[in-house]
Design a protein around this ligand. Structure first.
Ligand code: AMP
Ligand code: GLY
Length: 423
């Protein structure tokens, strides 16, 4: 099988790394170019939004399957375009991808299909928003811009003045542009968060192990929200909670896409708050999580090329859950100074050599004059598998310490919440 992976972050690096282990792969392509990924795949200088060139490449190289990593090409219709050109794609079409691109669409979909989520109100007008908040008077309250805002469009407001500030910023100052023309005012949920991902073939799903992301920049969940500073997998929970996730979230999602005739073949990722009233969906993403994927795939004991292909073909998935290797995996994200606001770039990176006990997946790096330098906010993901979660964490941190670049930042408490819950 010839496979093309789209995206050049650490998530796509681990996807290529995992696919490369499959005996079924004849040729593995990836784009846009990444020096680190070029070590394991043919990495090409083609943009992820250059649909015409991607279709040409698929034809020329007899690509059997395209696997899409990031959200943007999906919400811009890459799957619709490539499938019209006769290419099989793992990644939903626009009608499915809008579940991530519009929070309103996602919330209304959840309500129509009885998928548990926080109570919400959609408002289109800032003066009505203030009136609603004055009447509601329940704090904290969550205010979200409707559209994509790079993870910054969510504010947890402790009082009326913070809430009014969010309304002003999103709806009047339009700090996220058109994304703020509608906002969602949402009930604040208390609990702990986990990430649930599954591979969907339009009719059923195969679930990946549950993982946990760490979204805030600093230890103890302090500091600004980021794309994710580290992840651990698996996350254990009692079987009642697990069944609720499977039956009330994933199966209802499938019922939703089937009854609404949404041709959804690709990854679904539900960000979940485990509350005392059961799991509730915070958001849907139409792709795999980053950095969760870097903590999940090293544990998966399956040929991912087959699973992606079966999903892309439609209606071919057979197992409700993937098989797993023993043990646990921890992924530590190393970020650049100034991330997420204004990451510093151009610092030389050393200590990247590994001896197989850990894997390093590249995100914001560039190769120049025979060395890697920093070139983005989240620079590297360091993933380690261990017999136990504490062993995996220890191994990942050992390598995270050995890697050096000026301004390197990482959280020191990845996985600690899970370890302390077990005691
Ligand atoms: P989202 O982009 O919707 O996943 O929100 C980003 C983060 O904001 C989540 O990971 C949660 O930590 C937090 N969050 C979002 N919605 C709520 C909610 N209704 N209650 C509590 N926290 C929330
Ligand atoms: N780790 C969060 C995300 O991928 O959206």
């Amino acid at each position: 099988m010839n496979i093309l992976v789209i995206g050049n972050g650490a998530r796509e690096h681990v996807i290529c790394w995992k696919l490369k282990q499959s005996p079924k792969i004849k040729k593995l392509f990836q784009l846009p170019y990444s020096k680190a990924i070029s070590e394991i795949a043919e990495s090409l200088e083609i943009g992820a939004l250059d649909f015409e060139k991607i279709a040409e490449l698929c034809k020329k190289e007899n690509v059997d399957l395209v696997v899409i990593g990031p959200e943007e090409p999906l919400s811009r219709g890459i799957s619709d375009f490539l499938e019209k050109n006769g290419v099989k794609v793992f990644g939903p079409r626009m009608r499915g991808a809008v579940l991530e691109a519009s929070k309103q669409v996602a919330k209304e979909f959840m309500n129509r299909h009885y998928i548990p989520t926080a109570d919400f109100k959609i408002v289109y007008d800032s003066s009505y928003a203030r009136e609603y908040l004055r009447e509601k008077k329940s704090y904290p309250i969550v205010i979200k811009a409707d559209g994509l805002a790079s993870g910054k469009g969510v504010r947890i407001c402790k009082n009326e003045s913070e809430a009014f500030q969010a309304i002003e910023d999103f709806m009047e100052k339009k700090i996220f542009g058109a994304s703020g023309s509608k906002v969602i005012i949402e009930e604040f949920l208390e609990g702990w968060e986990c990430s649930v991902m599954a591979i969907v073939d339009g009719k059923t799903f195969t679930m990946l192990p549950i993982s946990m992301d760490h979204k805030r920049l600093n230890d103890g969940d302090e500091g600004p929200n980021t794309g994710g500073m580290g992840a651990v997998c698996p996350v254990e929970m009692d079987s009642e909670m697990f069944d609720e996730i499977k039956n009330e979230i994933l199966w209802r999602f499938i019922t939703g896409i089937v009854t609404e005739k949404i041709d959804y073949r690709g990854a679904i990722y539900a960000g979940i708050m485990m509350t005392k009233n059961g799991p509730k969906v915070l958001e849907f993403n139409c792709r795999f999580g980053d950095p969760e994927t870097q903590a999940i795939l090293p544990l998966v004991d399956e040929d991912m090329s087959q699973l992606f292909y079966d999903a892309a073909c439609g209606g071919k998935l057979e197992k409700e859950q993937v098989s797993l290797k023993n043990g646990a995996c921890a992924c530590i994200v190393l970020s650049a100074q100034g991330y997420p606001e204004n990451p510093r770039k151009g610092d030389e990176i050393s200590g990247l050599e590994t001896r197989g006990e850990v894997e390093i997946f590249h995100a914001g790096t560039k190769y120049e004059n025979g060395r890697y330098i920093t070139a983005g906010g989240r620079v590297l993901s360091v993933s380690a598998v261990g017999a136990s979660l504490s062993e995996a964490i220890e191994k990942a941190y050992k390598k995270a310490e050995e890697i050096k670049f000026a301004g390197k930042h990482f959280r020191k408490d990845i996985g600690s919440k899970i370890l302390s819950r077990r005691q």
